[in-house]
Design a protein around this ligand. Structure first.
Ligand code: SAM
Length: 324
């Protein structure tokens, strides 16, 4: 069917992200012993230093917002990773004594969650991270333990997502009264603006007591460089369908406000890199691949990605304080 074909192209974007991350990890940009076990991949093409730096900043920036959220809530929180792919944040958190949380949910299409679940179950190094769950759970999920659930759902189908989440509420796995952080790392761009807006509206309404939505994706795609990026993806049958209305920082934030979030912020990767990234770290990563000849290419690339985040905080827990 047409829908199945469309999904396989979208799912394929996860391979791209994994290949780039694996290359950067192998070069020493950051440490992650888990991704290669999940992605089942040993060979990856060489990437330019700019691309590896971009992935470093993407992972590092998102994790820093997650860590701030965990600290603010003293670990009394839940984390929901939308369009998770083979992302390894769950393992990063489990390895970190200071980063406690109540439950972590990875969500993606069932074709992907099935593979991710199977690999975790079959690789002892991954499997042993999880203790057996005490619930005799009758939910159609790929994997479930006391701290972690892998949940299949199409994020464009709110009815489906809602019934999947409801099962987790009913079994006491998720709790609507707990602060919840949603992560979407290069996911919304693969959905129409209408689908993204519906998703955001549904989440802000369902988790209205206290939720933070954190997003990383392309931005400023109207210039020549942006058009080349879009064209490159299109050639691999991958369409950034969500790019038409979220073109700049203002529209990124407006999308959240329209979906009933209270307040929103957006920073480009350039701004993040200049203002917030630790200068020792910057020194280190810029020299991994022998130093950058000129910064122009990096700045051009970094102008086309952003972090944005928004909150709704009826409990007044202080989510307005979360920023880089
Ligand atoms: N977040 C991961 C990361 O950054 O490493 C994966 C990013 S990959 C570019 C996009 C992911 O979003 C894919 O795994 C894809 O299957 C998922 N995705 C896109 N649209 C989705 C939808 N409508 N429902 C569920 N998952 C979706």
């Amino acid at each position: 069917s047409k829908a199945a074909i469309d999904n396989s192209n979208i799912i394929e974007t996860n391979n791209d992200a994994c290949q780039c991350k694996l290359f950067a990890i192998e070069r020493g940009y950051w440490k992650d012993p888990y991704l290669k076990l999940l992605a089942h991949s040993t060979q990856h093409e060489r990437r330019t230093p700019e691309i590896s730096l971009g992935y470093y900043v993407r992972v590092y920036g998102l994790r820093s917002l997650i860590e701030k959220f965990i600290k603010l809530t003293n670990g009394q929180c839940q984390i929901i990773n939308l369009g998770c792919g083979f992302d390894t944040t769950i393992f990063y958190l489990l390895d970190n004594e200071n980063l406690k949380f109540k439950h972590f949910v990875d969500v993606d299409f069932d074709e992907l969650t099935e593979v991710k679940s199977m690999r975790i179950q079959r690789v002892p190094f991954l499997q042993k991270k999880f203790s057996q769950a005490n619930q005799s759970l009758k939910i159609p999920c790929g994997f479930h333990s006391s701290l972690y659930t892998i949940l299949p759902a199409d994020l464009r189908d709110i009815t489906q997502l809602d019934s999947q989440l409801k099962r987790l509420f009913e079994h006491g796995i998720l709790d609507l009264t707990l602060p919840t952080i949603f992560i979407s790392e290069c996911v919304l761009v693969y959905m129409s603006n209408e689908h993204s807006s519906n998703l955001l509206r549904y989440l802000s309404q369902t988790f209205s007591q206290c939720c933070l939505f954190v997003n990383f994706e392309q931005i400023n795609m109207n210039d020549r460089f942006g058009q080349i990026m879009i064209e490159n993806l299109k050639q691999r049958s991958c369409h950034l369908v969500g790019m038409d209305s979220c073109q700049d920082k203002t529209s990124q934030c407006q999308r959240y406000l329209d979906a009933n979030f209270t307040s929103a912020q957006c920073v480009t990767l350039n701004e993040y890199y200049r203002k917030y990234l630790n200068s020792n770290e910057k020194q280190r990563i810029e020299h991994i691949d022998g130093g950058l000849d000129e910064k122009e290419l990096l700045e051009q690339l970094f102008e086309h990605y952003c972090f944005s985040w928004a909150y709704r905080d009826e409990k007044n827990l202080g989510l307005n304080r979360i920023a880089f």
